[in-house]
Design a protein. Structure first.
Length: 124
């Protein structure tokens, strides 16, 4: 039988190679651990930002609802017939002059003339 003889030099090379492989594995696992921590940190930050944005969205929805509610209540409190322009249109249809429209409705004479002209065009 032939015996396998390993010299000290070969053994030293084997130990060095095994140590290098071990160090590479440690470096790879360490890097993976750092990357995982960075990803988890970024995910936590993204989750917090999403929660903040949802809260902001809820606040904005409440504000929009409040504005819509105020607009609806203002529309019911003051029907269109009460506006100076709707009164002017009604009076123009009754045949009032531009000067009379302007003084009764609190609008300019040019606006009164425009309203009269538009009503003539619609009725004619």
């Amino acid at each position: 039988m032939d015996a396998i003889v390993i010299t000290w030099r070969e053994l030293l090379i084997a130990v060095i190679l095994a140590s290098l492989v071990y160090l590479l594995e440690v470096a790879v696992f360490s890097r993976r651990r750092r990357n995982k921590a960075a990803v988890e940190s970024a995910a936590d930050a993204a989750t917090a930002e999403i929660a903040r944005l949802r809260g902001e969205l809820a606040t904005l929805r409440e504000r929009v609802d409040a504005v819509e509610s105020r607009l609806n209540s203002a529309a019911t409190e003051r029907p269109e017939e009460d506006t100076p322009y709707s009164r002017a249109v009604r009076l123009a249809r009754e045949g009032l002059t531009a000067q009379e429209l302007a003084s009764r409705c609190g609008i300019s004479r040019g606006e009164a003339e425009l309203i009269i002209a538009l009503n003539r065009a619609e009725s004619g």
